[in-house]
Design a protein around this ligand. Sequence first.
Ligand code: ADP
Ligand code: 5GP
Length: 198
Amino acid sequence: MDNKVLIFSAPSGSGKSTIVNHILGVYPDSMEFSVSATSRPPRGEEVHGREYYFMSPEEFRKLIDEDKFVEFEEVYEGRFYGTLKSECERIWAAGHVIIFDVDVKGGVNLKKYFGKAALSIFIQAPSVEVLRDRLIKRGTDSPEAIEERVAKAGEEMAYAPQFDYVLVNDDLSTAFAESEKVVEDFLDDGRLNYSTFI
Ligand code: ADP
Ligand code: 5GP
């Protein structure tokens, strides 16, 4: 199963992290989450090196100049997020499948970069109202940040057709089962069904 990658992208609040964590729990010994670098500050219980490699915007820009990223995006103003080449090398060296949780543009770029080795999945909430409601209930963002994320969701939805698979996350146990099936098919060489053969 080595040298394969799973890419999960979605508008914030769709349930991407919930589904990614579920898949990681199904494959605890053969998959590893790619820890991104970010210039945003830690939130809640987040730990450096576990959720993200946290750094200042200056440190982030230095790594851009040194060509250390597979891809990076300024997802929100002044807030950079990026996939480090060193992180991919580390996970593949361990013989593990890489699992990415990135924004929609990052997801499209990673799919182009990894081609047939990648399965890209777009997670979609049933509606914008449900998405806002989930962000409010999650309780990790200010009301302003929630509105910023919801406003961005509309334009992010337009990227869905560029993904190998679109998964609507309505009932959570149904979404878990669907994600397991799609991933299992891909790892069993189901990529022949899903890949767009870039
Ligand atoms: P994302 O990573 O896409 O921003 P999260 O995984 O953090 O989203 O999910 C946003 C919130 O919605 C979390 O509080 C999560 O527990 C909840 N959630 C996720 N999926 C569902 C679902 N199918 N039904 C109800 N709540 C959900
Ligand atoms: P959050 O601040 O909620 O952790 O993440 C905001 C957004 O940035 C999410 O959509 C998340 O998937 C995305 N993101 C996290 N890491 C990366 C990355 O390495 N590259 C890109 N392009 N987006 C990322």
